[in-house]
Design a protein around this ligand. Structure first.
Ligand SMILES: Nc1ncnc2c1ncn2[C@@H]1O[C@H](COP(=O)(O)OP(=O)(O)OP(=O)(O)O)[C@@H](O)[C@H]1O
Length: 458
């Protein structure tokens, strides 16, 4: 969570102290509530992660009961909230009561803005860590798809599809860029199937030279070719009873496509140089990072085979389009690596998390793994920085403060695009935007865009 997403609610009835408090926090513009009821209304509306709560609230500004009631109700509404209670001088007793009720910390008046700022900042950090942990435990760490870490709705959907299709015998085709986890998911699918006790045999069709691929897949008889000194079973036979994973199936040469198709139709293999038809019972999962439909159109992939292997197609999204997954996977990998090396888990700095979120991950999870491995070796003092990950520190664009700012930005962008599109022809720009010309003029004036560019047909 970036500093700009932090929301702080200050519950304080004294306008002088309110003013003082506004200056205590560098990174957040606090929301202010004067009493318990408006505090609860703000909590419902803005979901602040941290609340600073003066226990002396009206109608009982000299006592603490109203403040403690507010504390109880805030935590009942959202127990994740970190509440820092502010008590009078030397009022330890009520501070302890508040902590016992679930307050995160307490702070005694008189105000020291710097100290309060530090306490509040730490409260945000604890909230953020807890939130990350909640995400991780919601992630698929302990689900049947072991090893698949994901918190995004996109991957949640993929995992659900895998879980659904696993018990069937359907041939599944996993489509996705390199490093998105196709093999990991294929293994997960196998493990959830009735074939889990038998072998999962993987073969990468792109990694084996064409002349060897056939014997690798189908096996060969002794003497079938020079060097064939003994009868050898192929991957297909090895997978008998289990699952055969054909990775990079889009790279399968056309001659072998025909042979694979025959196997899928008749479920028998003939070893190279042999005549015997050997029945094999297995399930096939395929994967590719190529566009199979484009290959079909080019004639590089057989249509009949395409339909055989795509009984169920599952698209694995690229890491860059999975909301929030990169940081969650990074943390999980850090824990894993640290556990393996019996070392304390290093911490990602906020800048590192921003950099991870901003990077486009062309190599997907594999690239993330490599960067994390490198960073665990290079980092110092238990903290991982963007430099350790060899990522740029991104200039994070501040979040717009409110809906009005978002609307205005969208309006400006739409105006620019319409004017560019129509070569500054105002009548046409108004048409494109679906507004009248006077409305367009008003908008251009509002955004001070009338001078210079937008003049034609005005
Ligand atoms: N969701 C995930 N959670 C944790 N680790 C993952 C996840 N997805 C992928 N990985 C890890 O990333 C690495 C690459 O994954 P995998 O080999 O399954 O990708 P792939 O799509 O099959 O790649 P390629 O197309 O290059 O064969 C593996 O080490 C895998 O364990």
């Amino acid at each position: 969570m970036s500093g700009k997403e932090r929301r702080l609610l200050v519950v304080e009835d004294d306008p002088g102290v309110q003013r003082q408090l506004r200056w205590s926090f560098d990174e957040v513009e606090p929301l202010i509530a004067e009493d318990r009821q408006s505090a609860l209304a703000q909590l419902r509306r803005y979901e602040p992660q941290v609340v600073s709560l003066d226990l002396g609230l009206p109608p009982d500004p000299g006592g603490v009961e109203e403040g403690l009631r507010a504390l109880r109700e805030i935590l009942a509404l959202d127990p994740r909230t970190k509440v820092v209670v502010i008590t009078g001088n030397n009022d330890r007793e009520n501070a302890v009561r508040a902590i016992a009720m679930g307050a995160y910390d307490f702070y005694e008046k008189p105000l020291d803005p710097e100290l309060l700022g530090v306490i509040v900042d730490r409260a945000f950090k604890v909230y953020e860590l807890e939130e990350e942990n909640r995400k991780l435990s919601r992630s698929r760490h302990d689900t049947p798809l072991a090893g698949v870490v994901a918190a995004s709705p996109q991957m949640e959907h993929v995992c659900q599809m895998i879980e659904k299709v696993a018990p069937s015998e359907a041939t599944v085709c996993l489509l996705g860029e390199s490093g998105t986890g196709k093999e990991l998911l294929a293994r997960g699918l196998h493990q959830l199937s009735a074939r889990a006790d038998n072998r999962f045999v993987a073969i990468n069709c792109a990694a084996i030279p064409e002349n060897l691929l056939e014997s690798e897949l189908f096996g060969y008889e002794k003497g079938a070719f020079t060097g064939a000194n003994r009868q050898t079973r192929g991957k297909i036979e090895h997978a008998h009873g289990g699952t055969l994973f054909l990775d990079e199936v889009g790279d399968l040469p056309l001659a072998l496509q025909a042979k694979l198709l025959r196997f899928l139709q008749e479920r028998v293999v003939e070893r190279v140089g042999g005549r015997e038809e050997i029945p094999v019972d297995l399930r096939v999962i395929c994967a590719t990072n190529q566009d199979l439909e484009e290959q079909l159109a080019r004639g590089d992939f057989r249509e009949d085979l395409y339909y055989r292997i795509t009984e169920v197609t599952i698209r694995i999204p690229a890491l860059r389009s999975r909301e929030g997954d990169a940081a969650v996977i990074a943390r999980s990998l850090l824990e894993h690596t640290a556990r393996e090396q019996s070392r304390p888990v290093p911490r990602l700095t906020q800048e590192a998390v921003h950099a991870i979120e901003a990077h486009s991950w062309p190599g997907n999870v594999r690239e993330l793994e490599n960067r994390i491995k490198r960073a665990t070796i290079m980092c110092e003092g238990g903290r991982i920085t963007p430099e350790d990950l060899e990522l740029d520190s991104p200039e994070t664009e501040p979040l717009p403060f409110n809906l009005r700012q978002i609307r205005e930005k969208a309006e400006r962008t739409a105006l620019h695009r319409a004017l560019n599109h129509t070569n500054n022809n105002l009548s046409r720009a108004a048409e494109v935007l679906g507004v009248t010309r006077p409305t367009l003029y008003a908008l251009l004036d509002k955004h001070q865009m009338r001078s210079g560019r937008a003049s034609k047909n005005a």
